[in-house]
Design a protein around this ligand. Structure first.
Ligand code: SF4
Length: 237
């Protein structure tokens, strides 16, 4: 299975890299950045159509949000896509309320260790009434995560290592797609980012020109980096 997973990871990565680089070759704009992320998500869904694992073998279901209480690793283009979606969809009052939740969480978690024993479980700022409010544009790691045992996910909130059964195909596809997206961005001399969601989305929400500044090469996400030392990594990520 390991070599099949490696092959799948490489296929997903290369498909997303080609797609993203092609879009950025034609146009370098906020619209193109959003198209790269949306295209990568659609590509991942097309890979998932080939997933041999029956979905009823997984414990994941609407309203189960254990995994939404851990730090989220993401990338610059995805953060900018999420911020644009929030500006499109939310009223000024809703946007301000969402930003207030992000700022409050960032105050608790900024630069904190990612290990469960050192960072207590805290709800993601986008989690409301047990539902993800940015579901259509959520980070790739959120799309990748799955488990055959909800109790194991709950236990994993408190300890650094828990044995867990999961769908390797799903985790591999989304990990490969995200790496391919980042490779496309890097190939255009942009900061692909390996970012912590809360800190990075705060920057993107507080700066209406964030995407233009990022496209111009400004290091706007400095200080929002993910913490690889304490990060629980996806297979092959
Ligand atoms: S972005 Fe959505 S899916 Fe991801 S951790 Fe936050 S609430 Fe959960």
């Amino acid at each position: 299975m390991a070599s099949r997973a490696t092959e799948l990871f490489e296929q997903a990565l290369e498909s997303a890299r080609r797609l993203g680089a092609g879009i950025l070759d034609r146009e370098r704009s906020p619209h193109a950045v959003h198209a790269v992320v949306d295209g990568a998500a659609a590509l991942a869904d097309s890979f998932m159509d080939q997933n041999p694992t029956p979905s009823d073998q997984l414990a994941c279901k609407r309203g189960c949000d254990h995994c939404c209480h851990r730090p989220v690793g993401t990338n610059a283009a995805t953060v900018l896509r999420i911020a644009a979606s929030l500006r499109e969809r939310l009223s000024d009052v809703e946007f301000a309320a969402t930003l207030a939740r992000v700022v409050a969480l960032d105050a608790q978690t900024h630069r904190a260790s990612w290990t469960p024993t050192e960072r207590p479980p805290l709800a993601c700022a986008f989690l409301v009434d047990h539902e993800c409010t940015i579901h259509a544009v959520r980070p790739f790691v959120c799309r990748a995560w799955n488990s055959a045992d909800a109790d194991a996910c709950l236990r994993a909130l408190g300890v650094d290592s828990v044995e867990m059964r999961f769908d390797l195909f799903q985790r591999t596809v989304f990990a490969g797609i995200e790496k391919g997206l980042q490779a496309a961005v890097k190939s255009h001399h942009l900061d692909a980012g390996d970012l912590e969601l809360t800190a990075a989305i705060r920057v993107a929400m507080e700066n209406p020109e964030a995407c233009e500044r990022w496209l111009a090469g400004e290091p706007i996400f400095t200080g929002c980096e993910a913490k690889p030392d304490g990060r629980r990594r996806l297979p092959f990520a």
